[in-house]
Design a protein around this ligand. Sequence first.
Ligand SMILES: [Zn+2]
Length: 443
Amino acid sequence: MSRSIEKLLQPKTHSQKHQLLKELGFTIPLAKECTDIIEVERFMQEIGKKRNDLPFMIDGIWVGVNDNEIYKKLGVVGKAPRGAIAWKFPAEEVTTKLLDIVVQVGRTGALTPVAILEPVQVAGSTVSRATLHNAKEIERKDVRIGDTVIVRKAGDIIPEVVKPLIELRPTKPRPTRSGFGVARFKMPKHCPTCWSDIKRVGELDFCVNRKCFTQTKRQIIHFVSKGAMDIDGLGPKIIEQLLNEGLIKDETDLFELTEGDLKPLERFADKSAENIIQSIENCKKVKLGRFIYALGIRHVGAIMADDIAKYFGEMSKFQNSSIDQLNEIYGMGDIVAKSIVDYFADEHNQSKVRKVLKSIKLENPHRREQKLAGKTFVITGGLESMTREQAEQKIRDLGGRASSSVSKETDFLVVGTDPGSKAEKAKKMGIDIIGEKEFSNML
Ligand SMILES: [Zn+2]
């Protein structure tokens, strides 16, 4: 091993890490060590000029504190480190024609208007569809069918319609769907799939029929997807056929399928009937977090589902949880918590969950030790052994709550060096005041 590598094996700075990787034969990113922020800005401009000639796509640069020690000391707010930031280039914007607006039914029954565009190149790919979110959003942006619109990719990934160019709007009304001229979008009064009534909740429109074909199909697609139950070979085409043939009514029926049921439909799948049945068999033992994600509860993504699983440790506790309890989970907000409680309050969902649980076996995660459950802590002043963020994270990991202000909810005030006025207040309110050592002993 060369001497330089030996020195580099204990990198003290971020740029030394780059050097180490380079010595080991890796390709390292374009980077520069800058001494002040002006130099960083100049580097960003330089990269911006080279951007289109690079053999890969970039949407910005990463700026970080070079010294590892300082980087660590700066700590983390939520999930974002204080020592680093992403600087994004402004998104590339192009204009194109809005040919039509169609309505798509999602797995939760939400109806989403989707812009059908004259195909156009944006940030490296051809775009012909873009979400318009909901009817209110279309009104707000005053987007009309037949408009010339500005399109960009949000975060350089999801195409969106920014706004119409009103000066280019045709003056004539549009007599037919595909004709020339301009027309306002109207949310249909019925679901485009099942013709059921539509209910508005907030700014969103929902198909009220719980057995709506498209809704059911999308729900099943989500249920079998990779991060969820991960059933191999069940693509949209075969799911559609299974529903059409009446072999399944919803995802709960998947576990009763036989090879004989699937055999005639093999041509709609990318796997053999035997393989699909094997895959269904395999997923009958599933991790709790995956199963929670597979339910497709609105706003509950894969990471949140995993956190929920670790928090409750078992399905029944999660199913019967309250908004207050759910709020104890780090990262959970009122909207998500309400969505969960609403989901389990619905009888249709309850019976689906009950039915699936008869066919599968859940693997419960190791439940985090909830030593501090129900206790609220406030930390004031500096701690010796950890940063305040680390301390707050530990409290949350152990089921407690970390708050920034003293109130009657506070159980303990942890006093570090140079405490502020909080200690006074806590004393008056009769709250337990503890030092760092006592606090550490509780962890
Ligand atoms: Zn419907």
